[in-house]
Ligand binder design. Structure first.
Ligand code: C5P
Length: 241
């Protein structure tokens, strides 16, 4: 098993609160809080509730991954990253396809605002497959492009990348042990796949070298989200904190 980098929460599970219903999200966060290591708030939530919506989770006392995937000119991304880090989030992200100058501008803005915020990159969206690449002017496979963009993110100083479970081993091998791998598409045995195609169990992904496991519907859509979160934590050998 690859050692987990020291800068990763003991419980690697960040529950994805993909909703526009603020009260529901707050209640859910409060209920699953003892069994998860953090919360992930994305475009759906942020477009509805903005920075005040993020601040509303302060009382939950959990690290927040603000998954807004910035992709714009360096000056604009720097401004957005400064604002995200100013909210005190634990993880923010940008698209690696914005290029090295954009990633460095975002990173400088984050670290000068809140050195504790980690900035990671999205490489290729997992909704893309090899057959989509020629039309986008990209040669090679999705796997090759993921590796190229992850290397660019690391050279630009970023703290890690979002990747699919099946990219963990290769990225861990090529990027070294301190590069944070944040992994969605996690499904405990028996959970519905939903629209995720290539999934992995929580323990399998953690043991392969994932630092953060982003888990949404297997917790949020479970008949009992608290029980589901507790079972996932237990499968990772973690008891309620
Ligand atoms: O419900 P589920 O566990 O599939 O949720 C996964 C979360 O991770 C969602 O918030 C989704 O937007 C996000 N995500 C993903 N695949 C990516 C990047 C992010 O599923 N490549």
């Amino acid at each position: 098993m690859t050692p987990v980098p020291a800068n990763v929460p003991a419980n690697p599970v960040f529950v994805a609160l993909d909703t526009t219903d603020l009260d529901y999200a707050l209640q859910l966060a409060e209920r699953v809080r003892p069994h998860v290591g953090g919360l992930k708030l994305g475009l759906e939530f942020f477009t509805a509730h903005g920075p005040d919506g993020v601040r509303a989770f302060a009382d939950a006392g959990l690290p927040v991954f603000l998954d807004l995937k910035f992709h714009d000119i360096p000056n604009t991304v720097a401004g957005a990253c400064r604002a995200a880090a100013g909210l005190g989030v634990s993880i923010a992200n940008v698209h690696a396809q914005g290029g090295a100058a954009m990633m460095r501008a975002g990173l400088d803005a984050v670290k000068s605002t809140n050195p504790a915020t980690r900035l990671i990159a999205v490489t290729m969206l997992t909704s893309l497959s090899d057959s989509d690449l020629p039309a986008m002017g990209i040669g090679g496979s999705v796997g090759d492009q993921v590796l190229r963009l992850a290397a660019l993110a690391r050279e630009s100083g970023l703290d890690g990348v979002v990747c699919s479970a099946h990219e963990i081993e290769r990225l861990r091998r090529e990027m070294g042990r301190d590069f944070l791998l944040v992994v969605p598409g996690i499904r405990p045995a028996g959970a519905a796949l939903g629209d995720q195609q290539r999934v992995m169990g929580p323990k399998e992904a953690r043991d392969a070298g994932a630092g953060v496991l982003v888990i949404g519907r297997p917790i949020t859509a479970a008949p009992d989200p608290v029980l589901a979160a507790r079972d996932i934590a237990q499968s990772l050998g973690i008891s309620a904190g």
